[in-house]
Structures are given as C-alpha cells and as structure tokens.
Write a protein that binds this ligand. Structure first.
Ligand SMILES: [Zn+2]
Ligand SMILES: [Zn+2]
Length: 365
C-alpha cells in the first residue's frame, strides 16, 4: 500500500508535524484527490491556537483545496448531473454531510447551522482518514460535492480560497445596491474578496480600513478607492475619515471582516442612518464589545446582519466567477506565497502576522 505525506496539528499549541499515512481503500462512490494546492487561512491559525470548539485533534488542516481526481471508485456527479472522470480538475465543498433532515436544514433553510455538519480540515480529524488538504492526497468521502475547475485556474481560484465563498455570502447578505459606497473593515483574505465582490455587485466606491500596510496596498490593487491604516489612527480619526469620504453621512453598507469584537461597534458607528451592516469576521470568540443601543442602533434605524459559513451555492458561484477571466482578474493581482508541507509552521506564522497576503500549501513542492 502506498504512503501519503501529510502535515498535521497533533494538539492545540503544538507545532505542525509531518506524518506518513496509508492510502485508504475507497468506499463506493468516493474518490482520491491528488492535491495541487491547499490554503493556510486564519482558521488554521485558530486551530493551532486551540481557539475552535469541537475539533478532533490530531488533524490534517486545509479545508479548501484544488487538485485532480486521481482515483474514483463507483460514480460521482457534478451538480449538473455530469459524471466526473479520473484526471478531472476540481475543488470540493469543504462542508460535508449537512443532513437535509433537521429543523435547521428543512425549516430554517440555514444549512450552515446544521448540527450534523462536518468540515474537512476542521471538524474531521485524522481518525476520519485523509481529510485535510495539507497532504499529498485527500480522501473524498461519498456525497462530497465536487466542482469542476479548469486546470489552469488553480492559482486564481486559490487566491480567493475559502475567503471567496465566505465573502460572497457576506456580500449577498449585505444586499449591496448599485451605486452604494461600501466600507470594508479588515484587509485579510475575506476583506480583500469582499472588496472585489462588492464592486462586482455594483458598489460605486469601496473604502477599506485594515492593516498591515502590505495588505492595504493589496486592497487598493483589487479596487478599494481609499484605505486607512487602523494601527496608526484611533477611533475618532477613523470615524472622521469615513465621514470625510461619504458626504458626511457614513457608508451605505459596512462589511465587518476583522475578528475584533470592537470592529462590530465601529461598523455600526461608521454606517449611515438606515444603512446596513454585515458581520462576517467573528469566527472565533474574542470576547465582548459594548455599544449604545439607542445611539448606535435604534435611532439610526440600522439593519444589522450576521453571516455564518458558506454553502454549496456560494462555492459554486465563486467557481463560476473564477472561470471568467475578466471578472476574476482582480484576484490574479494578489501575491501568493507557496510553502511545501515541511514549511507549514512558517506558513502559519506568515498568516498570523499578516505578512503574507495569501499563503498556499503545495504538497508536491
Ligand atoms: Zn441538518
Ligand atoms: Zn479558511
């Protein structure tokens, strides 16, 4: 039986280690994916820091990946009913097994809150097999939803990575209108994809407050008209900057993609009366923030929404956009840093410090 090299997080706070794992026997209607690229995102930093609940350590991180189907046992179909064949270039929805039977799935139509939901590289651990992208191969269990990609679009798709469906969901929830001025708080991968998608959705102008400077540079490169460094401006200065750039009203729509609780309050304060706020950055629990319900929310007649995870529709539409050369051009301007499996710890540091715009794992490097 051949061996597969994988990088694993053995336990919270422990450095990533290399392991050799046996190639699995395939169940009916399952496949092996030969991984071309996987990503390192903020979630992986949180996984290593033990900040996510319900994670079955040890695990192979890497929840969004691209590659070629190297072996298929039985049959797998795309959403249009066309069968996949060995050698096809694909990505796959990292969320596996939402149940389509529970109250969340069937009544609330909120599959991202399904309690049966399992995610490759996050809530599937090593005991579930080759279930993360920081490995030469991933075992795609039966009922995994694959999406076709062009072989030459791997880098472009991964420049968006998991941030692409997340930002697409946020922009959809934010209901941006033609001609809106949108404020994006945060210049990490989700913030950057949100800037591009807000413009695709018809925003006239997108402002971005974030850090560090290399990420703000990236924000301008993908279309932000103005940026402000949060590290060198206090809250009053930030609010004044937004006021100065929005005819003294505040943004029509603000998307919070930072992870800092206080940013949610700033999002409310920096948005105009009757505007909309969408919170997408609070993926882990960083504590509380306080606000004035009268001044910050009710009197402003504010529409405050939140957005959790993404579903197949966001992944699918994200892949469709990436297949369009003109629409996906902004993502090709983002600088990618590639790391081999043995450099996974360096990759995590580069992401945690904001040094890398987008870090990718190339398991064959
Ligand atoms: Zn369910
Ligand atoms: Zn991610």
């Amino acid at each position: 039986m051949s061996q597969v090299l994988a990088a694993i997080i053995p336990a919270p706070h422990a450095p990533v280690e290399l392991r050799e794992l046996p190639e699995p026997a395939l169940e009916r209607n399952s496949a092996l994916l030969d991984v071309a690229l996987s990503e390192v995102c903020g979630t992986d930093v949180h996984l290593q820091a033990g900040r996510l609940a319900g994670v079955p350590y040890p695990l192979i991180p890497g929840h969004v990946s691209v590659g070629h189907l190297s072996e298929i046992h039985g049959q797998m179909f795309d959403v249009n009913g066309r069968p996949f064949k060995e050698g096809d270039a694909v990505t796959f929805l990292d969320v596996h097994r939402t149940c389509h039977q529970c109250w969340h799935c069937l009544v609330a139509k909120a599959s991202t809150r399904c309690p049966e939901r399992k995610v490759y590289g996050i809530t599937y651990g090593m005991k579930d097999g080759l279930s993360g992208g920081w490995a030469q191969k991933i075992y795609l269990k039966p009922a995994t939803r694959c999406i076709r990609l062009a072989s030459d679009s791997f880098e472009r798709f991964m420049a968006g990575g998991c941030a692409l469906p997340t930002a697409l969901h946020a922009v959809e929830r934010a209901e941006i209108n033609l001609g809106d001025t949108v404020l994006v708080l945060g210049s990490g991968p989700v913030g950057l994809s949100a800037i591009i998608l807000a413009l695709l959705r018809g925003a006239l102008k997108v402002l971005c407050i974030g850090a560090p400077e290399n990420r703000l540079q990236a924000a301008r490169t993908v279309g932000a008209s103005d940026t402000l460094n949060i590290e060198t401006h206090n809250e009053d200065e930030r609010r004044q900057w937004v006021i100065d750039h929005t005819d003294k009203r505040g943004a029509d729509v603000t998307i919070e993609a930072t992870g800092a609780p206080a940013a949610v309050v700033e999002a409310m304060r920096f948005t105009r009366d009757t505007g909309r706020v969408c919170v997408v950055g609070q993926y882990t629990d960083h504590g509380e923030a306080s606000f004035n319900p009268h001044l910050d929310l009710n009197r402003k007649h504010l529409d405050l929404r939140a957005c959790w995870g993404s579903d197949f529709s966001h992944f699918y539409r994200g892949a469709q956009i990436m297949a369009d050369a003109a629409r996906s051009a902004p993502w090709t301007r983002l600088k990618l840093e590639r790391y081999g499996l043995a450099q996974a710890n360096e990759a995590l540091t580069a992401v945690a410090t904001g040094q890398a715009i987008k870090a990718l794992i190339d398991p064959h490097a």
